[in-house]
Design a binder for this molecule. Structure first.
Ligand code: NAD
Ligand code: 6OD
Length: 485
């Protein structure tokens, strides 16, 4: 049965004159019709959001606003199963990943930032003046205004709330554009916002596509004061051009080609577990994932054999089946992209250690977007598979001989999002961590998140940092007040 989505504008669900089809990643069958907001609806939504800023939302005290954000988190927790179900249907990823990571993080994004906002001080300076009376400067934070939040499909609820949580805690109004593949949890959050009493126009969701569609219409709209975006680097370039009109602020979290670094003195059991997650979690559709792993030569062969066992231990299947820990890719288009890299790896001379194709699935799932976890060795560093983000459950393993060599290899990329380093030598861990040119380094762990820490990418992996106080720097404007005494 085909479900019809609506958009969430000014506190109400609304249709649109045009729609597009959404397919299930499990079957590739059409499951829903999604509205595509046109320029008129974007304009209407911007007006509603601006009105909210000068209405009850703008007048609300910080304490009341933050208390409301806690209510949002509580209501997400109360409706936990609805969120798990919605996200699972959109992404096809295993229930266990939704329940233990992606949905609880959505609620945490509201709680943590409500608390951060209340606890960050502003600065104050006393200035001597010739008359001896002096002057007092103090800074105040005000919301940026209407923030456009443009989101990807790979961890939809986590990544959307990671931006909406701090944006609202800081007093902004938001217009969220979820990915065309995964609109469900953003819309479900509309019900939550309405039910806990978030004023109309504060949280809006416009569904649609990107270029020449809703995404572009939002980012080009002069009434949108700032744009926060997570997605591909190329899309970031397009949005940056839109944001240049009217000099609007941007925060970008973009693509990666992250390196894992494994030293011979690592705890190999823990390393295989950790690197296994970093390569294959969410079918490799995690921006922080590792598609290149460099392993110190004395343990290279053992590492290859053990990571192969790990990859082959994944149970691929339906998100609702027990014991399943790998789902499909998001769409046929993405599956074809990943498979094109699987073919390219062989053309470029890779040895396929495991995987490389599509697992057979039965009956109505035969045409789903399934993919095998894949490991390669033997590619040169200039192979395209070594340089371009694939965003699938695949990794290339390369041996190395020295610290200097591995730092150079890890840094030899236009991206700079994250790295994961595995060693039992603490001094080496600190030394190497400082030298890898990325925004986020994990040692003996991966994707272990403290939301108070700076998060973002170097080089072409992003602009700006969010997390903790850094989110406030983007979602508020600092103003200085100077009082002559
Ligand atoms: P994408 O860039 O194709 O799309 C992201 C969003 O941008 C979608 O909502 C899309 O509709 C919209 N969009 C596309 N073109 C647009 C335009 N011209 N103007 C305005 N909006 C536009 O990314 P994706 O395929 O959804 O997600 C995968 C990518 O996201 C990968 O590159 C991955 O590395 C990256 N990512 C990065 C992070 C991070 O934190 N750095 C996190 C998750 C995903
Ligand atoms: O944990 C986060 O806050 C975050 N932004 C994760 C990004 C995951 C990318 O796929």
């Amino acid at each position: 049965m085909t479900h019809s989505y609506q958009q969430f504008i000014d506190g109400r669900f609304a249709d649109s004159s045009s729609t597009f089809e959404k397919r299930s990643p499990l079957t590739n069958q059409v499951t829903a019709l999604v509205p595509e907001a046109d320029r008129g609806q974007v304009d209407e939504t911007v007006r509603a959001a601006r009105a909210a800023l000068s209405g009850p939302w703008g007048d609300m005290t910080m304490d009341d606003r933050c208390a409301l954000m806690h209510k949002v988190a509580d209501e997400i927790t109360r409706r936990f199963d609805d969120f798990v179900e919605a996200e699972m249907n959109d992404t096809g990823q295993p229930r266990v990943v939704m329940e233990h990571a992606f949905i609880p993080r959505g609620a945490a994004n509201f709680r943590i930032f409500a608390d951060v906002v209340k606890n960050v001080p502003t600065e104050s300076f006393e200035l001597p003046t010739p008359d001896g009376a002096g002057a007092l400067n103090y800074a105040v934070r005000v919301p940026k205004g209407v923030v456009g939040v443009i989101c990807p499909w790979n961890a939809p609820f986590l990544l959307m709330t990671w931006k909406v949580g701090p944006a609202l805690a800081c007093g902004n109004a938001v217009i969220v554009k979820p990915s065309e593949e995964t609109p469900s949890t953003a819309l479900l959050l509309g019900e939550v916002m309405r039910d806990v009493g978030v004023p109309d126009g504060v949280y809006n969701v416009l569904t649609g596509k990107g270029a020449d569609s809703t995404g572009q219409f939002i980012t080009e709209h002069p009434g949108v004061d700032a744009i926060t975006f997570t997605g591909e680097t190329g899309t970031g370039e397009a949005i940056m051009r839109s944001a240049a009109n009217g000099i609007r602020d941007i925060s970008f979290e973009l693509g990666g080609k992250n390196a894992g670094i494994v030293f011979a003195d690592c705890d190999l059991d823990k390393t295989i577990e950790g690197i296994g997650r970093s390569c294959f979690l969410n079918s490799g559709q995690v921006c922080l994932g590792t598609e290149r792993v460099y392993v110190e030569r004395p343990i290279f062969d053992e590492f290859v054999a053990r990571l192969k066992d790990k990859a082959e231990s994944f149970r691929i299947g339906l998100p609702t089946e027990s014991g399943i820990n790998m789902g499909p890719l998001i769409s046929k288009v993405h599956q074809q992209k990943v498979l094109s890299y699987y073919r390219l790896a062989e053309e470029e001379g890779a040895t396929v250690v495991t995987g490389g194709g599509v697992p057979p699935m039965a009956d109505e799932y035969a045409d789903g977007c399934w993919i095998e976890p894949t490991i390669w060795t033997g590619l040169p560093e200039d192979a395209r598979v070594m340089r371009e983000e694939i965003f699938g459950p695949c990794v290339h393993l390369t041996p190395f001989d020295s610290e200097d060599e591995v730092v150079a290899l890890a840094n030899d990329t236009e991206y700079g999002l994250s790295t994961t380093i595995w060693t039992e030598n603490l001094s080496r861990a600190h030394r190497v961590a400082r030298r890898v040119d990325v925004g986020i380094t994990w040692v003996n762990s991966w994707f272990l998140r403290d939301l108070r820490t700076p998060f973002g990418g170097s080089k072409q992996s992003g602009i700006g940092r969010e997390g903790g106080v850094h989110s406030l720097e983007f979602y508020t404007e600092m103003r200085n007040v100077c009082i002559k005494l």
